[in-house]
Design a protein around this ligand. Structure first.
Ligand code: SAM
Length: 331
């Protein structure tokens, strides 16, 4: 373990930095955003690529080993490969990944790979184009599939698929998605719907719990828990007994894994959040634009991480949904 690390009061060490590069998105998924009327961040508040790279460099000096770019939809930020090139240049072999809806991958997979991106997660909630239109409020299913194929063609591996299941929309798709992912060689992960939507429409009844998803998949394709190298990874992984890959569940609501959390998040406007559900943020935009030295950034970061929440309170009567939604935090 490097001498310089970011550690909290629970003894958890930060290894994973999620950077949101924009709060904007080219889809309007029903569990995330309203159809219209999103309050976008002012453009001048977005950290520049130079500011993001500086912040990432400081974090890499403090024991961070992986960076994931997210949003909003990260690929809608102008010239994303330029940022990837700047970040990958910080450290040879850096684990540098992206979470994307895949719409722009047909054009961008190659330049992102050439710039040093190492891994891709693509979000897809249904295999039915009409349903995709209903969930994402845009008729763009085939572009996601083409984007996935482009990512595979340029050599990204493994390609992970993120799926959110919701009652009344796509709760019957666990097995079809699992079958498709097995056939295509993608690693599928189901994320439980979390109370982070702008509309505040979340309810426990509408989320499909991991246990139900796993039971359905197990009945079709028998599973066993997989041994994992990284206990702080959010997904609980299962392997198919026939050897055809793995499937994961990110059961943030029904099986919280906060005790192993090694993540912090930088929002597109330069706020550090130590938990998806934080009610407090730390303003690094102000610090950096106010002339803070690297040493001062390090001290602010240490103080923020020290105060990292022991766990989220979704299952407690004291839970309060944060003001920012998932798209402005960076999922
Ligand atoms: N636009 C990119 C994408 O679609 O992957 C990156 C950002 S998106 C916020 C990241 C992931 O969060 C997606 O897989 C999305 O389905 C998921 N997501 C969005 N809102 C969510 C919520 N309230 N609960 C659980 N997952 C959510």
């Amino acid at each position: 373990m490097p001498v310089e690390t970011l550690i909290d009061t629970q003894g958890r060490v930060v290894r994973d930095l999620r950077i949101s590069v924009t709060d904007r998105c080219n889809l309007r998924c029903v569990y995330c955003m309203p159809a219209e009327g999103m309050p976008w961040l002012p453009k001048d508040d977005l950290l520049t690529y130079e500011e993001l790279t500086r912040f990432a460099r400081v974090c890499l000096g403090l024991g961070v080993t992986g960076i994931r770019l997210t949003g909003g939809e990260p690929t809608v930020r102008a010239d994303l490969p330029a940022l990837v090139r700047m970040l990958s240049g910080l450290k040879p072999g850096l684990d540098l990944s992206i979470t994307t809806n895949g719409l722009k991958l047909v054009a961008m997979a190659e330049p992102l790979r050439a710039a040093g991106l190492t891994r891709v997660n693509v979000s897809l909630d249904t295999l039915d184009p009409k349903r995709f239109h209903q969930i994402a409020r845009r008729d763009r299913f085939h572009e996601v599939i083409a984007g996935l194929e482009a990512a595979r063609r340029v050599g990204f591996t493994p390609i992970k698929i993120n799926t959110v299941l919701m009652r009344g929309f796509n709760e019957d798709e666990a097995v079809p998605l699992a079958r498709w992912a097995r056939e295509e060689g993608y690693e599928l992960r189901f994320i439980e719907w979390m109370p982070l939507d702008y509309q505040h429409g979340w309810s426990r009844e509408k989320l499909v719990p991991a246990e139900e998803i796993l039971a359905q998949i197990h009945a079709a394709f028998p599973l066993e828990p997989a041994r994992v190298a990284d206990p702080s990874a959010p997904a609980a992984l299962y392997r198919y007994l026939d050897g055809r890959g793995r499937v994961g569940v990110i059961a943030s609501v029904t099986r919280p894994f906060c005790g192993h959390c090694d993540r912090i998040r930088l929002t597109a406007d330069g706020q550090i959040r130590t938990c998806l559900f934080s009610l407090e943020e730390y303003d690094f935009r102000k610090a950096m634009r106010g002339g803070a030295s690297d040493e001062e950034i390090v001290e602010l970061l240490r103080a923020a991480v020290w105060r990292k929440e022991p766990g989220h309170l979704i299952n407690s009567p004291y839970f309060k949904q944060p003001e920012r939604g998932m798209s402005a935090i960076g999922g």
